[in-house]
Design a protein around this ligand. Structure first.
Ligand SMILES: [Zn+2]
Ligand SMILES: [Zn+2]
Length: 416
């Protein structure tokens, strides 16, 4: 059967190349206004607006509140359910998170769950594989092809009235907590209405936006991968400093339901500290942590993987199972014929090129044609690990039955 829908379907704008005549159709104007146009206008207005000290302090404080709205609220509470929050804390986080001007909890969490589920693929809404600027903010500036949408389940979020209400009145939340509330505090507090709107409002949300965007770009691009290197997430202290502790992103993608991103006490994770304090105040409960044993297992497996990769690059000699099998008498005959062969632990080694280099001198020659296992392992000299390694590169065969044990020979002949 021929699918006529696909042949008649009008291609989505994102499937057409961006040209001078169609670029405006590619742009998502609502997002672009909120994350580019208003912040840029704010930067320009700052040239004519003096920054007063109390306004600067308030802007920094409100930066932390609204940043936490995203990291502790949108991200660790709603997107990952890494702890539970009572109604007062949920209302606070929904308000200050809305003031960060990054979309509603419902929209943000659904995209973020898709990001975790489809990391680095076409269905990852902010896949770093499409370029660092794409993952940073271009994924919001340009219209997305609905065909690539990675589906996620957000039924739990639809059951939370705080999330539903915030989504329904999201425009009002932006105006109220993105701009009006910070302006009100500065205006009523010390008479700086304009500075409050500009510095604690617009420029403050520009910084919170850019910090969060760094989790999608920088944290998938800069740093180490101590837990898993199959995908792009990385740990870096710089990203953590910019993002209120969200920079331990390799850990986070591996253990997303852990309320922590940094697991060491000395690592910078103010989001974790805040959630912990809220727990002490009775505002948050059920803080989830992966067992240290499980985390260590992941770290060791990744370490092992790195070691194995390095190990595979070295010459460890021909594997034993690939060596030809020799009879003991053939080995003895070949040695008598002048070949410099020694048997150690059932393996025949050709030491022709090594005799001159042997650090112990020509004594090595006394082992030719014999089972030198005991001689090598302490009978004459207890060889180092490096000597064992070097020996493996001289392997040429294995003795059928594993070798001859010299000490048994007199006993056997007595019996016979
Ligand atoms: Zn990520
Ligand atoms: Zn996450």
């Amino acid at each position: 059967m021929v699918d006529t829908r696909s042949s008649t379907r009008k291609p989505h704008i994102s499937e057409e190349p961006i040209t001078l005549s169609n670029w405006q159709h590619h742009v998502n104007w609502v997002n672009t206004t909120l994350i580019l146009i208003v912040p840029v206008l704010g930067c320009i207005a700052a040239f004519w607006t003096p920054l007063r000290l109390p306004t600067a302090a308030w802007a920094v404080l409100y930066y932390f509140w609204t940043g936490l709205g995203i990291t502790a609220g949108y991200h660790r509470l709603w997107a990952h359910r890494s702890y539970e929050a009572g109604l007062p804390l949920r209302i606070f986080l929904a308000c200050v998170g809305g003031g960060a001007v990054q979309g509603s909890i419902r929209w943000w969490s659904s995209k973020h769950r898709a990001h975790h589920r489809w990391t680095d693929t076409n269905k990852d809404p902010y896949s770093v594989n499409k370029g660092i600027w794409y993952s940073h903010f271009m994924w919001m500036v340009l219209k997305q092809n609905p065909k690539n949408r990675g589906r996620t389940d957000i039924s739990d979020l639809n059951d939370d009235p705080v999330v539903v209400l915030q989504h329904k009145y999201y425009g009002s939340f932006i105006l109220a907590f993105g701009m009006f509330f910070p302006m009100l505090i500065a205006g009523l507090g010390w008479g700086d209405w304009k500075g409050g709107l500009l510095y604690a409002g617009i420029l403050r949300f520009l910084f919170v936006q850019q910090a969060t965007f760094c989790v999608n770009s920088l944290a998938h691009w800069l740093g180490d991968q101590p837990f898993d290197d199959r995908n792009s997430p990385r740990d870096h202290v710089l990203t953590a400093l910019v993002t209120l502790g969200e920079g331990y992103h390799n850990f986070h993608h591996e253990f997303p339901s852990d309320y922590r991103n940094a697991i060491q006490w000395w690592q910078y994770d103010p989001t974790k500290w805040s959630i912990w304090v809220w727990k002490q105040l009775g505002l948050a409960t059920n803080l989830k942590q992966f067992r240290a044993n499980e985390i260590e297992k992941g770290r060791i497996q990744q370490l092992q993987k790195k070691v194995d990769q390095k190990r595979a690059k070295l010459d460890w000699g021909i594997p034993l199972e690939q060596l030809p099998v020799m009879e003991w008498c053939d080995y003895v005959d070949q040695a008598k014929d002048g070949k410099d062969l020694v048997v150690i632990a059932g393996v025949v080694h050709d030491i022709t090129d090594f005799i001159k280099e042997h650090p112990g001198g020509r004594i090595i020659k006394s082992a030719i044609g014999k089972d030198a296992t005991a001689i090598f392992n302490g009978g004459v000299y207890n060889h180092s690990n490096a000597a064992h390694n070097l020996l493996s590169s001289m392997r040429i065969g294995v003795i059928r039955g594993g070798g001859e044990v010299e000490i048994w020979k007199p006993q056997q002949s007595k019996k016979n």
